[in-house]
Design a protein. Structure first.
Length: 176
């Protein structure tokens, strides 16, 4: 298979990168073959077989993309290491939202294109970073994680458009 692909690319004056190139079997419901490699990462997405629903609501297997684990890990590290929200207690919540919303909306637009549910772990991590910010900003919430979460939920219920990801996550605005 690889040799035929190499010949075809050579006709177009292109070459394969032998270290990065692999042949992947795109497993789906109608395809019953077996192959060693059934997934690959490309541009921050992992393409692999996943369960889907058809127009009648029946489950089937399709080969589709979603945010890769490596991308999710790197976004969580950006939230923790680069943003350093606990060091930004001099900012108000509105100022923090103005700074973070363009970044968060870019992540949602790019990684949320396919299987937005894979992005929820990163958005939950952002919410947890905001809770830690609340605990550092307000003395009454120091060492009071549950109360800080409750305060942030109350803010989200009053102003669900303050942070862009609150519009996509129902848990912040739902009553507990």
């Amino acid at each position: 298979m690889r040799a035929s692909i190499e010949r075809r690319l050579a006709q177009c004056r292109l070459a394969l990168n032998l270290e990065k190139t692999r042949v992947v079997y795109c497993k789906a419901t109608g395809r019953t073959g077996e192959w060693g490699c059934q997934s690959f990462d490309f541009l921050g997405y992992t393409f692999r077989p996943r369960s889907s629903r058809n127009y009648r609501g029946e489950l089937f297997v399709s080969f589709s993309p979603a945010m890769s684990r490596k991308s999710a890990r790197s976004l969580r590290q950006i939230v923790r290491r680069r943003w350093r929200l606990t060091r930004r207690t001099h900012l108000s919540l509105n100022a923090l939202a103005r700074r973070l919303n363009p970044i968060i909306s870019g992540w949602i637009n790019y990684y949320g294109r396919f299987r937005r549910s894979e992005l929820h772990a990163v958005l939950n991590h952002i919410n947890f970073a905001l809770v830690r910010w609340v605990m550092r900003k307000f003395k009454r919430f120091a060492r009071r994680l549950t109360r800080a979460y409750a305060w942030l939920r109350a803010v989200a219920r009053r102003n669900p458009t303050l942070f862009v990801h609150w519009q996509y996550q129902g848990w912040m605005t739902r009553a507990v």
